[in-house]
Design a protein around this ligand. Structure first.
Ligand code: GTP
Ligand code: MG
Length: 252
C-alpha cells in the first residue's frame, strides 16, 4: 500500500494564544494520539525558510516577507497511513547574529529542513555547514532534508541557476539526506518535503505525543514550545504572518 499523507489541521500562533480550531474541510484525525515530531528549519538568511513554512502550514505566500527574529513556532498535522503526525516546527532566523541560538532549536529535533536558494551558490555552502553541525551535535537519528528553494526564479523568471541540481543531489545522497527543489512562491515540491520526512521518521523509537524516549531523547509534549529563547536583541518572534488564520488548503 502506498503511503499517503494528508493535512488534518494546522496552526500558526504565538506562545500565549490558544490553539486554533482545526479547519472543518479536512479529514478528522483517526483515534489515538498524534506522533509529535519536532522539526527545525535552518539555512542562510532570506533563502525562504519562513515562506516554506507559511506555504506548508497556511498554503499562503507573501512577497517581501520580513526576516525572522529569533525563531517562529508553528504546528501542522499530517496523516500518514494509520497515524497522525503533528509537526512542531521551529523556523529559525538565518541572520548570523542568531546563529548561537540554533542549538536550542535543533536539540532533540527529530527532523531538520536545511534550506538554500538555487540562485545563490554561497547559500549551499552555508547549508552544508548546517548539515555538518547537525551531524556533530544533533540527535543521531535526525532526518535531514536539504531543500533548494526559489525554483520558480530559474523556471519562469529567467534568473540564472547558481546551484547545479545534480551536484546538490549527489551531495545529499552522499550525506544520507533527503533532497528536494521547491518554490514557496508557487508551492511546487513543498508538501513533498514534509511527506517524505514523515515517512522516514523512525516511529518505533517515538511514543505518541512525543513523550521523552530514552533512545531518541525526543521532546516532551510541550518540549518545543518551552524551549523559547530571546534573540540577540532580546526579542522572540513566535508568530508568522501576523498570526494569520490557518487555512485548510495546505497541499500536505
Ligand atoms: N521568487 C521566490 N521568492 C521567494 C521564495 N521563497 C521566499 N521568497 C522571498 O525571499 C525573501 C525571503 O524569504 P523568507 O521566507 O523571509 O526567508 P527566510 O529564510 O525565512 O529569512 P530569515 O528569516 O531572515 O532567515 C522574501 O522576500 C520572500 O518573499 C520562492 O520560492 N520564490
Ligand atoms: Mg524567516
Amino acid at each position: 500500500m502506498t503511503s499517503r499523507t494528508s493535512n488534518v489541521s494546522s496552526s500558526s500562533r504565538g506562545r500565549d494564544e490558544p490553539a486554533r480550531p482545526a479547519p472543518t474541510s479536512v479529514a478528522p484525525a483517526p483515534p489515538g494520539k498524534p506522533f509529535q515530531v519536532k522539526l527545525v528549519l535552518l539555512g542562510e538568511a532570506a533563502v525562504g525558510k519562513s515562506s516554506l513554512v507559511l506555504r506548508f502550514v497556511n498554503n499562503e505566500y507573501q512577497d517581501n516577507k520580513e526576516p525572522t527574529i529569533g525563531a517562529a513556532f508553528l504546528t501542522q498535522k499530517c496523516r500518514l497511513d494509520d497515524k497522525v503526525v503533528k509537526f512542531e516546527i521551529w523556523d529559525t532566523a538565518g541572520q548570523e547574529r542568531f546563529h548561537s541560538l540554533a542549538p536550542m532549536y535543533y536539540r532533540n529535533a527529530q527532523a531538520a529542513v536545511v534550506v538554500y536558494d538555487v540562485t545563490k551558490a554561497p547559500s549551499l555552502d552555508r547549508a552544508k555547514s548546517w548539515v555538518k553541525e547537525l551531524h556533530r551535535q544533533a540527535n543521531p537519528n535526525i532526518v535531514i532534508a536539504l531543500v533548494g528553494n526559489k525554483l520558480d526564479l530559474v523556471v519562469s523568471s529567467g534568473v540564472p541557476r547558481a546551484v547545479d541540481a545534480e551536484e546538490a543531489r549527489v551531495y545529499a545522497e552522499e550525506m544520507g539526506l533527503l533532497w528536494f527543489e521547491t518554490s514557496a512562491k508557487t508551492g511546487e515540491g513543498v508538501s513533498e518535503v514534509f511527506t517524505e520526512i514523515a515517512k522516514k521518521i523512525p516511529f518505533d523509537l517515538l511514543t505518541p505525543r512525543g513523550r521523552p524516549n530514552a533512545i531518541t531523547g525526543a521532546a516532551g509534549a510541550n518540549g518545543g514550545q518551552n524551549s523559547v529563547a530571546a534573540g540577540a536583541d532580546g526579542r522572540v518572534d513566535l508568530g508568522i504572518a501576523g498570526g494569520a488564520q490557518a487555512q485548510s488548503g495546505c497541499a500536505c
